[in-house]
Design a protein around this ligand. Sequence first.
Ligand code: PBG
Length: 324
Amino acid sequence: MAFPEHRPRRLRRTPALRDLARETRLSPADLVDALFVVEGSAVREPIGSMPGVSRLSVDQLGDEAKRIADLGLAGVMLFGIPAHKDARGTSGYDPDGVIARAIRAMKRAAPELVVIADICLCEYTDHGHCGVYENGEVDNDQTLPLLARSAVVAAEAGADVVAPSDMMDGRVAAIRRALDAAKLEATPILSYAAKYASAFYGPFREAAESAPKSGDRRGYQMDPANAREALRELATDLEEGADMLMVKPAMPCLDIVRAARERFDVPLFAYQVSGEYSMLQAAIERGWLEAPRAVDESLLAIRRAGADRVISYFAKDFARRHRG
Ligand code: PBG
């Protein structure tokens, strides 16, 4: 059937008809917020490169947890930024470290809120790499037990989900074994399985003070040129015991999100990362893009590509505008 019988504009004529024909919907329950937690008290420190996002101290998290829960968001991803960083990232797996205290504070204030702990060493190491760094390289196998310990500490503190973002080989299996050995067999793993060595993490590294002091992350994060390799990474993490998978970043990787959706039947997450957020905010500040339409379109595109859930620094903003 062709024009004039076929007239696609019939279904676009009114808001009600457009609503009737809409394929993809986005609600606060599809979104996961992300938070940076620092030491100290009464800290709400704006992040220069991420307008609208602040680092919060642990005492601020009770109220924040209640706000996130009240907004109906799917959960929150937590990043700890310790006062002291060292070569082996010890505060990342200290039961009294900033991340463990942050998890406890949030779960105490809002027990029903899903708290996801990012598991990586880069926020906690003085060299800024995601693992044990020796002779100019990250040592994969020395890093695994430290990640496993971080996951156990986070789960013992009450994290509902642990989310390894380090890209070491074999880390999902190592974390699964360690959780099970600690009787934490009920704690699910959300693996940042297809994580690219992306320029779009720039603002995050300012927020977390986690930029590598030397070198870069291309020796462990994926080459943005590769798509088939992402499918292999996703499959590997599932075999190792991941319960949920993530693709990161989101907008530069919508093809990967779609391919992952078609191939795997587990919950699929995509992370709209700091650079995607800051890029939109910068254009909005200049009046070059229209808020909130550009924000909502960016989130919808990620859902439409096939992600079940989107981690985004716009989560609270979106939820405030789309309260049920
Ligand atoms: C930790 C981690 C990073 C991000 C999430 N977990 C930084 C990195 O890999 O350099 C990036 C998130 C963002 O940019 O918003 N490894």
